[in-house]
Write a protein of this length. Sequence first.
Length: 192
Amino acid sequence: MPRSMSAFVRCAERNALLVRLANIFCLWIFIALAIPYTSIAQTNVVVVRPKPIHDVLINPGMGITTFQRFNGQEPNPPLKWSEVGPVTKLPQAASKPDFPETSVSYCRWYWNVLEPEPGKFHWEIVDLALEEAQAHGQTLAIRLMPYSNQDPLPEWYRNSGARRANKATDRFGSRISAIRCISSIGANSLRK
Protein backbone atom coordinates (compact mmCIF):
# COMPACT_ATOMS: atom_id res chain seq x y z
CA MET A 1 0.00 0.00 0.00
CA PRO A 2 1.44 3.37 -0.95
CA ARG A 3 2.55 5.59 1.85
CA SER A 4 -0.06 8.25 1.23
CA MET A 5 -2.75 5.60 1.20
CA SER A 6 -1.75 4.21 4.63
CA ALA A 7 -1.79 7.72 6.08
CA PHE A 8 -5.29 8.18 4.70
CA VAL A 9 -6.48 4.88 6.26
CA ARG A 10 -5.00 5.80 9.68
CA CYS A 11 -6.70 9.20 9.51
CA ALA A 12 -10.03 7.62 8.55
CA GLU A 13 -9.72 5.09 11.41
CA ARG A 14 -9.10 7.89 13.93
CA ASN A 15 -12.07 9.88 12.60
CA ALA A 16 -14.24 6.78 12.74
CA LEU A 17 -13.31 6.36 16.41
CA LEU A 18 -14.23 10.00 17.12
CA VAL A 19 -17.50 9.60 15.25
CA ARG A 20 -18.26 6.44 17.22
CA LEU A 21 -17.51 8.20 20.57
CA ALA A 22 -19.73 11.13 19.57
CA ASN A 23 -22.56 8.72 18.70
CA ILE A 24 -22.24 6.95 22.07
CA PHE A 25 -22.25 10.33 23.89
CA CYS A 26 -25.38 11.44 22.00
CA LEU A 27 -27.06 8.14 22.81
CA TRP A 28 -26.42 8.64 26.54
CA ILE A 29 -27.83 12.16 26.39
CA PHE A 30 -30.93 10.86 24.59
CA ILE A 31 -31.42 8.11 27.18
CA ALA A 32 -30.99 10.57 30.07
CA LEU A 33 -33.59 12.91 28.57
CA ALA A 34 -35.97 10.12 27.64
CA ILE A 35 -36.19 8.72 31.21
CA PRO A 36 -39.20 10.26 32.98
CA TYR A 37 -38.13 12.83 35.59
CA THR A 38 -39.98 11.10 38.41
CA SER A 39 -37.92 7.98 38.07
CA ILE A 40 -34.72 9.89 38.88
CA ALA A 41 -36.29 12.20 41.49
CA GLN A 42 -36.17 11.49 45.21
CA THR A 43 -38.33 8.59 46.18
CA ASN A 44 -38.73 9.60 49.85
CA VAL A 45 -41.15 12.50 49.26
CA VAL A 46 -43.33 13.35 52.26
CA VAL A 47 -46.77 14.79 51.57
CA VAL A 48 -48.17 16.87 54.44
CA ARG A 49 -51.86 17.63 54.57
CA PRO A 50 -52.60 19.94 57.54
CA LYS A 51 -55.70 19.17 59.54
CA PRO A 52 -58.40 21.73 58.69
CA ILE A 53 -59.19 24.08 61.56
CA HIS A 54 -61.93 26.62 62.12
CA ASP A 55 -59.82 29.08 64.08
CA VAL A 56 -57.09 31.64 63.53
CA LEU A 57 -53.78 30.08 62.55
CA ILE A 58 -51.05 31.43 64.83
CA ASN A 59 -48.21 32.11 62.43
CA PRO A 60 -44.94 32.55 64.36
CA GLY A 61 -43.49 36.05 64.16
CA MET A 62 -46.10 37.47 61.77
CA GLY A 63 -49.76 38.27 61.44
CA ILE A 64 -51.81 40.02 64.10
CA THR A 65 -50.35 41.06 67.46
CA THR A 66 -51.63 41.97 70.86
CA PHE A 67 -51.21 45.72 71.38
CA GLN A 68 -49.99 47.05 74.74
CA ARG A 69 -51.22 43.74 76.20
CA PHE A 70 -50.36 40.03 76.21
CA ASN A 71 -52.26 36.84 75.36
CA GLY A 72 -55.16 36.26 77.74
CA GLN A 73 -55.35 39.85 78.97
CA GLU A 74 -58.34 42.08 78.34
CA PRO A 75 -57.77 44.09 75.11
CA ASN A 76 -58.12 47.87 75.13
CA PRO A 77 -61.77 48.98 75.40
CA PRO A 78 -63.58 49.17 72.07
CA LEU A 79 -63.18 52.38 70.11
CA LYS A 80 -60.36 53.57 72.40
CA TRP A 81 -56.69 53.62 71.68
CA SER A 82 -54.01 53.37 74.33
CA GLU A 83 -50.65 54.91 73.54
CA VAL A 84 -49.39 54.02 76.99
CA GLY A 85 -47.42 50.79 77.15
CA PRO A 86 -47.76 48.60 80.23
CA VAL A 87 -45.69 49.85 83.17
CA THR A 88 -47.00 47.29 85.70
CA LYS A 89 -48.14 43.70 85.44
CA LEU A 90 -51.64 43.57 83.95
CA PRO A 91 -54.23 41.07 85.25
CA GLN A 92 -55.50 38.19 83.16
CA ALA A 93 -59.04 38.59 81.84
CA ALA A 94 -61.83 36.98 83.87
CA SER A 95 -62.87 35.01 80.78
CA LYS A 96 -61.11 34.31 77.51
CA PRO A 97 -61.03 37.58 75.54
CA ASP A 98 -62.66 37.75 72.13
CA PHE A 99 -59.25 38.12 70.52
CA PRO A 100 -57.13 35.34 69.05
CA GLU A 101 -53.87 34.16 70.57
CA THR A 102 -50.86 35.71 68.84
CA SER A 103 -47.15 34.97 68.73
CA VAL A 104 -46.13 38.65 69.02
CA SER A 105 -46.94 41.34 71.58
CA TYR A 106 -46.41 44.91 70.36
CA CYS A 107 -45.74 47.47 73.10
CA ARG A 108 -44.50 51.05 72.92
CA TRP A 109 -43.52 53.74 75.35
CA TYR A 110 -42.75 57.44 75.21
CA TRP A 111 -39.34 58.80 76.08
CA ASN A 112 -40.70 60.68 79.12
CA VAL A 113 -41.83 57.36 80.63
CA LEU A 114 -38.55 55.52 80.15
CA GLU A 115 -36.16 58.40 80.99
CA PRO A 116 -37.94 60.90 83.26
CA GLU A 117 -34.57 62.30 84.42
CA PRO A 118 -31.36 62.52 82.43
CA GLY A 119 -29.57 59.19 82.54
CA LYS A 120 -32.11 57.61 84.90
CA PHE A 121 -33.85 54.93 82.88
CA HIS A 122 -36.80 52.76 83.89
CA TRP A 123 -35.56 49.59 82.20
CA GLU A 124 -37.67 47.57 84.62
CA ILE A 125 -40.66 48.52 82.46
CA VAL A 126 -39.11 46.87 79.39
CA ASP A 127 -37.82 43.96 81.52
CA LEU A 128 -41.35 43.34 82.82
CA ALA A 129 -42.72 43.40 79.27
CA LEU A 130 -40.10 40.86 78.18
CA GLU A 131 -41.01 38.60 81.13
CA GLU A 132 -44.73 38.92 80.41
CA ALA A 133 -44.26 38.16 76.71
CA GLN A 134 -42.27 35.04 77.56
CA ALA A 135 -44.84 33.96 80.18
CA HIS A 136 -47.62 34.31 77.58
CA GLY A 137 -45.75 32.44 74.82
CA GLN A 138 -45.02 35.57 72.79
CA THR A 139 -42.07 37.48 71.48
CA LEU A 140 -41.96 41.21 72.16
CA ALA A 141 -41.84 43.91 69.50
CA ILE A 142 -41.18 47.34 71.00
CA ARG A 143 -41.19 50.92 69.81
CA LEU A 144 -39.66 53.82 71.68
CA MET A 145 -41.31 57.10 70.76
CA PRO A 146 -39.93 60.59 71.45
CA TYR A 147 -43.22 62.48 71.89
CA SER A 148 -46.80 63.07 70.72
CA ASN A 149 -49.35 65.84 71.09
CA GLN A 150 -50.45 64.43 74.46
CA ASP A 151 -47.06 63.08 75.60
CA PRO A 152 -44.38 65.77 75.47
CA LEU A 153 -40.65 65.34 75.45
CA PRO A 154 -39.21 64.76 78.94
CA GLU A 155 -39.34 67.95 80.98
CA TRP A 156 -35.61 67.83 81.68
CA TYR A 157 -34.95 67.74 77.95
CA ARG A 158 -37.31 70.65 77.22
CA ASN A 159 -35.63 72.69 79.99
CA SER A 160 -32.14 71.95 78.68
CA GLY A 161 -32.44 74.53 75.92
CA ALA A 162 -32.47 71.86 73.23
CA ARG A 163 -35.26 72.16 70.73
CA ARG A 164 -37.16 70.02 68.29
CA ALA A 165 -35.72 69.94 64.81
CA ASN A 166 -38.41 68.52 62.62
CA LYS A 167 -39.62 71.49 60.59
CA ALA A 168 -38.01 72.78 57.39
CA THR A 169 -37.47 76.16 59.10
CA ASP A 170 -35.46 74.58 61.95
CA ARG A 171 -31.68 74.60 61.81
CA PHE A 172 -31.45 70.86 61.12
CA GLY A 173 -34.97 70.51 59.74
CA SER A 174 -34.04 70.05 56.11
CA ARG A 175 -31.65 67.22 56.99
CA ILE A 176 -33.42 65.33 59.77
CA SER A 177 -36.97 64.60 60.80
CA ALA A 178 -36.46 63.36 64.35
CA ILE A 179 -35.25 64.65 67.68
CA ARG A 180 -31.53 65.37 67.97
CA CYS A 181 -30.74 63.64 71.23
CA ILE A 182 -28.51 65.77 73.48
CA SER A 183 -26.71 62.69 74.71
CA SER A 184 -25.29 62.14 71.21
CA ILE A 185 -24.55 65.70 69.99
CA GLY A 186 -24.86 67.95 73.06
CA ALA A 187 -27.38 70.62 73.95
CA ASN A 188 -25.05 73.52 73.04
CA SER A 189 -25.03 72.64 69.35
CA LEU A 190 -28.84 72.82 69.26
CA ARG A 191 -29.09 76.21 70.99
CA LYS A 192 -27.49 78.10 68.09
